[in-house]
Design a binder for this molecule. Structure first.
Ligand code: ASP
Length: 333
């Protein structure tokens, strides 16, 4: 939304929370969703037509699942979960099944979710064996007094909540095993070996005017010492606030944490009276100046779904109540 109206929106939203009403219901049934499946060095030259088609099909499936929830009047929280879960199951993406390997050949998953209506949030970091990390992040939000749980504690909480587990081999794919092997034998960095990030995320605005954001990832190939990236950090990889926007990021996590990317984009829109695309582009440019790369998906209060990246591509898609429905891969699409 235009920055001019943001302070007014905050005031009205505060009012509606006091009155226990959904924040600023849309009168026109407007809804909007954007998804990503990672950014990076994704060029037409290094994709076969089959790979290109497979990614588009997987993105389409996730986008349609999220859009269906919104079209039928469901919540933004349910929509982003519906969009993220199929990507967590799809080995094409670095989340859930098909996640990248740690240095020790394990798989450790990070995820977060945020409800823009209340700014409640939940996150998990470094967990093993959870089929849908986004589900667990949501449980942390709704069923625990905390925002973030990690490692064994988070796994114990998952068991108590009856969250679905899978054996470790289910998550491991040959392609990711190969990346770790190359990294070790050729002494490559995580960036060199992956050239693309495959984290998944979704952001949405529902017909009641509520927003949500979620992100799920395996992190970066060869991560060590319990490394945690930006994806589970509220304000870095994920942020949602009904008064401004919902953001999910993908990229070189250390830079996204240092720049506080997701919160910064929302703050620029909310407090800085900035156009949403300009806000996202400015923050991504800042990440670039610091030496990092990646991208974000954003849905703003007006329902505008947008992307920003400083990489040659980002697996992505967006759909709105106005009839827009598209998936894209390369930056120039
Ligand atoms: N941002 C993720 C991380 O640093 C990586 C990714 O986007 O794929 O853990």
């Amino acid at each position: 939304m235009s920055g001019f109206f943001a302070p007014l929106a905050r005031l009205l939203a505060a009012f509606s929370i006091v009155l226990s009403m959904p924040a600023m219901a849309q009168e026109d049934g407007r809804w909007s969703i954007a998804i990503h499946g990672g950014a990076g060095t994704i060029a037409r030259d290094n994709m076969t037509p089959e790979q290109d088609a497979a990614y588009r099909e997987a993105l389409r499936k996730a986008l349609d699942a999220g859009a269906k929830v919104l079209r039928e009047g469901g919540t933004a929280m349910d929509a982003i979960q519906a969009a993220i879960e199929p990507m967590e199951d799809d080995p094409l993406f670095n989340a859930g099944r098909g996640a990248v390997f740690t240095w020790d050949g394990d798989i450790e998953l990070d995820a977060s979710i945020m409800d823009g209506r209340t700014r409640d949030a939940g996150a998990i970091a470094g967990v093993r064996g959870i089929r849908h990390p986004i589900q667990l992040a949501r449980k942390v939000m709704t069923e625990s007094p905390h925002v973030m749980l990690s490692g064994e504690g988070a796994e114990k909480f998952a068991a108590e909540q009856g969250i679905e587990k899978m054996p470790s081999e289910w998550f491991k794919t040959e392609r990711r095993r190969e990346s770790l092997k190359r990294m070790k034998t050729e002494k490559l960095s995580a960036i060199d070996v992956d050239v693309k990030f495959g984290t998944v995320g979704a952001v949405a605005l529902d017909q009641d005017g509520n927003m949500a954001a979620g992100t799920s990832t395996g992190g970066m190939t060869g991560k060590r010492w319990g490394r945690i990236g930006d994806a589970p950090i509220i304000g870095a990889g994920t942020y949602a606030d009904n008064c401004s926007c919902a953001v999910s990021a993908t990229g070189w996590g250390e830079f996204f944490i240092r720049a506080g990317v997701a919160r910064m984009i929302c703050a620029r829109i909310d407090l800085g009276n900035e156009d949403s695309q300009l806000a996202a582009d400015t923050v991504i440019a800042e990440v670039g100046e610091m030496g990092g790369d990646g991208g974000v998906i954003v849905v703003d209060r007006s329902g505008y779904a947008l992307f920003s990246m400083n990489t040659s591509g980002m697996y992505r898609g967006r759909a709105t109540s106005e009839g827009l429905s598209e998936v894209a891969i390369y930056a120039d699409e």
